[in-house]
Ligand binder design. Structure first.
Ligand code: GRF
Length: 204
């Protein structure tokens, strides 16, 4: 399965996918890393791993989101991408783009969805008093942070946590979860059935 990874910044989840794909038995490879920001550190991670990169900057399409997204779509198609993985990609995608990649577009979000959609999830989790927090990989639908859930990982909220400590603990779990979710899809074991994902076989 050929992955296109969309980033805007640091790219630590991209790094987790790069590392996973380096294992000979991993059933996917990264065909392209696409950033909307030319200075995203993740682009350096990709270059170091010998992976093709592209920059499609939203600033080159002022007020023209359709053209921005059409350029991204064309770049992904040219690279033969089968599955688009959002990994800290900070632009909201239109229903058009989401429709172009229906059930071939996934996102990682730093909360146990459907709790804490949107930004600043760690502080909001602390403020709400939940004892568990975590991350979710889901198929993307036009509504932000909505869509059939593929996999989740929970981490405890511990006494003395602040948003940074909690974020670090969640991020570690993200780095394990994203490759796991990609593997399930690549092996054909995560099938969308209505609003749900049916998982076939056993999951560790
Ligand atoms: C992660 O927390 C991810 O869940 C969220 O944005 C952050 C991206 O971090 N969507 P990185 O760029 O992968 O390090």
């Amino acid at each position: 399965l050929k992955l296109g990874v969309l980033i805007s910044g640091r790219g630590s989840n991209l790094q987790a996918l790069i590392d996973a794909c380096a294992a000979p038995d991993f059933p996917a490879e990264i065909a392209l890393v696409l950033s909307n920001k030319a200075d995203a550190f993740g682009l350096e991670r990709a270059a170091k791993a010998g992976i093709a990169t592209a920059v499609v900057s939203h600033r080159d399409y002022p007020g023209d989101k359709p053209a921005f997204e059409a350029a991204m779509d064309a770049t992904l198609r040219e690279s033969g991408v089968d599955l688009v993985c959002l990994a800290g990609f900070m632009r909201l995608l239109s229903p058009w783009f989401v429709g172009q990649w229906h059930n071939a577009l996934i996102n990682i979000h730093p909360s146990l969805l459907p709790s804490f959609k949107g930004l600043d999830t760690h502080q909001r989790a602390l403020d709400s008093g939940v004892r568990f927090h975590g991350c979710t990989v889901h198929y993307v639908r036009p509504e932000m942070d909505e869509g059939p859930i593929i996999a989740q990982a929970a981490v405890p909220v511990l006494p003395g946590d602040d948003a940074h400590r909690l974020a670090d603990r969640v991020l570690e779990s993200e780095h394990r979860l994203y490759p796991h979710a990609v593997r399930l899809i690549a092996e054909g074991r995560a099938r969308v059935d209505g609003d749900l994902v049916r998982i076939e076989g056993t999951v560790p």
